[in-house]
Design a protein around this ligand. Sequence first.
Ligand code: ATP
Ligand code: MG
Length: 475
Amino acid sequence: MSSLLIIDDDIAICRTLQLHYTSLSHQVITAHSVNDGLLAAASNEIDLIILDNQMPIKSGLESLPDFREVVPNIPIIMITAYHDMETTIAAMQNGADDYIHKPVDINELDQAVERTLIRSNEENTKLSIPEEDSNKVQKNNNRMAGHSTAMREIYKTIGLIANKPINVLITGESGTGKELVAKAIHESSNRSEGPYVAVNCAALVESLLESDLFGHEKGAFTGAINKHPGKFSIAENGTLFLDEVGELSPAIQAKLLRVIQEKEYIPVGGTNVIKSNARIIAATNNDLQEKVKLGLFREDLFYRLQVVNINIPPLRERKEDLMDLIQNLLGRINREMSNSVCRLSMEVINSFNGYRWPGNVRELENVLTKAVALSPTDTITLDLIPEFISEKHVINSDPGIPVQTSLEEMEKIHVARVLNFTNWHKGESCKILGISRPRLRRIIKQHNMVDPCGTENEEVDIEDFMETEPLEHSG
Ligand SMILES: Nc1ncnc2c1ncn2[C@@H]1O[C@H](COP(=O)(O)OP(=O)(O)OP(=O)(O)O)[C@@H](O)[C@H]1O
Ligand SMILES: [Mg+2]
């Protein structure tokens, strides 16, 4: 049971809504003007306010800031006859939690009430996001968060090597923060006043990359109208970050080896040898050692690049960094969006903890950015994060299945759930369930499961042709 405050100058509407919500076991207080409404809100324990826009003296929209002042955390649903974009946007910006058009469709209002109450009932965790000095902002955008053992070791290594003239290879899955580590090394080094230049080795075709890195002389190739300095020259006295270094062609690998060994290179189409003192930091998200074994990457270059290797573990292996990261990323996102979202509901935190984060910190950043953009309050609630993230949370906590359920029945329920989730894509389902295709087929047959759409979504796989089920380990 919740306590609702309905504010509308139309007494008949107030009465109708009061009867409706009382019949749904809510406690209802009504008021017929903004002032009476503010008074009622201040002097009663209210869970939700339903506020009509068109009222004499002061409109609902104009009074939103007053309500926010008196009851900053009580959700407000606005009801209005205006359908235009401007009023809707103004209402949400002024602190309304939801917005319903007149004539009121009672089902729509019920859904909004339910949604808003669930949201505000979620237990919220406040994160402290420090106000920052604007001239520190750029630096803070590059500040690394995380206090796990792995991250602490990385900070230590950065401190040890930043000022030493050695090459560093940063490894880690996509989105783990390799570029951020490269910037941190540069900023902590005695080259920090010099340029930091980043090159994505996978972004350009070989010939363009060569000229981009080493520069070219005028007339070196068709279209080379002017002499062009390369990134090695621009990064003089600074740091050159070679991202996705594993993608370099053999010819450029050879040229890079020469710069590292001899500290010199020749621009494309040139004859003069140019000296280079740029510090090289390279990064890759594929296994460079494996590429060396396969003959795709020069072994001598590999060892030259990774005098020191910094490996950033995936986020799923350092979940203890999650809250630090969220706090850091929210600070950055709030600054960019002039927002102040600083709370997460407990459900969201549990969901984040139960999720694998295949896209690592970048994925977390994207999820938070979207949630901040859509959040009408200062809190990120479960409805603002993608279902596939909260889905895991439901599985992890309580599947809602009676404890007396047999393992066989449980198998049937869970397999059906996964099949529905993947739209009967058997490959995807096997991946989630961690079983082979023959075993999945056996389960489907045993329980007479049928694809409701009749379009079994399956790509052909070599295992489909295997007659027997591969051995699976048993306890
Ligand atoms: N420890 C961290 N603290 C704060 N922000 C982080 C951290 N690690 C990563 N990020 C943020 O996550 C995003 C992805 O990081 P980054 O671009 O450095 O990853 P990457 O490993 O270079 O990814 P890719 O392999 O896809 O190039 C960036 O916005 C970065 O600022
Ligand atoms: Mg990167």
